[in-house]
Design a protein around this ligand. Structure first.
Ligand SMILES: O=P(O)(O)OC[C@H]1O[C@H](O[C@H]2O[C@H](CO)[C@@H](O)[C@H](O)[C@H]2O)[C@H](O)[C@@H](O)[C@@H]1O
Length: 273
């Protein structure tokens, strides 16, 4: 894993981005810092402004574990693509399957509600439609809560795909598209032949694991176990990276304008009568 904000990293990033690159971002922990309350996240105004400018040059996608409606509450910009539920919501090719995904998620919710006891205070079920998240950030002992929840989750039928996150266990239908599938489908939809993706969490590993030369992946936080190729130190560095992309796009645009002017050649002055 290498530092994308190093001189070599920024050179690679700028060299990688072409007019056919999709820029995709995770939300929690990437566009917004992690907050103890999922309802209290904030995408910095400056970051939204940078993304707004970038969107004039390239397609932008947000691929989040939240549901789309929830994610929209925190975005003043309207990205070209907004995919929710870790990939299980918002992809045109999967529209019809979403009802089935929601049914599975409801079944798991009912089974968990039956198993939870009053002593399980602090455990929160987040019903997101096509997937279910089980939060344990606010329990007295996170470790105990985690083990107890995994015990319950292992008994769920049908078996969910379990994706762990930051004090959360996400339950997703096994055959639902994940974030990696989503990114590939969006590249195809947008007619882009490369993509940059930034994420921070286990659920983003589905993109990092794609390991394709035409997808540049950046993780928030260095990790020995992540499959991302590049890292930034902390969430604050997302703004620095996005600003570098914006500057690069504006420079490229200015250069293209100049070349266009030269190609047109000097205007012939009208012949004097
Ligand atoms: O894919 P993401 O956009 O990163 O979404 C992942 C999960 O994010 C939210 O939970 C996490 O962030 C909360 C706010 O910072 C935090 O309080 C919580 O502990 C984290 O797990 C969201 O609530 C989930 O639905 C997403 O799956």
């Amino acid at each position: 894993m290498k530092d994308i904000l190093s001189t070599a990293g920024l050179e690679t990033l700028c060299h990688f981005i072409t007019p056919r690159t999709l820029l995709a971002f995770d939300l929690d922990g990437t566009l917004a810092p992690i907050s103890p309350d999922p309802n209290e996240i904030k995408v910095a105004d400056e970051l939204q402004q940078e993304l707004q400018i970038i969107m004039q040059h390239l397609p932008v996608a947000v691929i989040t574990g939240r549901n789309r409606r929830d994610a929209m509450r925190f975005l003043e910009i309207s990205p070209h693509y907004l995919i929710g539920n870790h990939g299980a919501e918002g992809l045109p090719l999967w529209k019809e399957a979403e009802t089935r995904f929601s049914k599975l998620s409801q079944d798991w919710k009912m089974q968990l509600l039956q198993s939870l006891e009053t002593s399980d205070a602090g455990i929160l079920l987040e019903d997101k439609g096509t997937s279910l998240s089980v939060h344990y950030r606010h329990t007295a002992s996170r470790e105990q809560a985690y083990h107890r929840l995994m015990h319950m989750i292992n008994k769920l039928t049908p078996e969910p795909r379990v994706v762990e996150g930051k004090c959360v266990i996400n339950l997703v239908p096994y055959d639902a598209p994940h974030k990696g599938d989503a990114l590939l489908e969006l590249m195809h939809l947008a007619g882009m032949d490369s993509a940059v993706f930034m994420g921070d969490d286990e659920t983003d590993e589905d993109v990092f694991a794609l390991k394709q030369g035409n997808i540049l992946t950046v993780r928030v936080g260095k990790s020995a176990t992540s499959q991302a190729d590049w890292f930034i130190q902390e969430q604050n560095d997302v703004l620095k990276t996005v600003t570098a992309i914006r500057l690069h796009l504006q420079r490229a645009q200015a250069l293209a304008n100049q070349q266009e002017l030269h190609r047109g050649g000097p205007q012939e002055s009208p012949t004097e009568p």
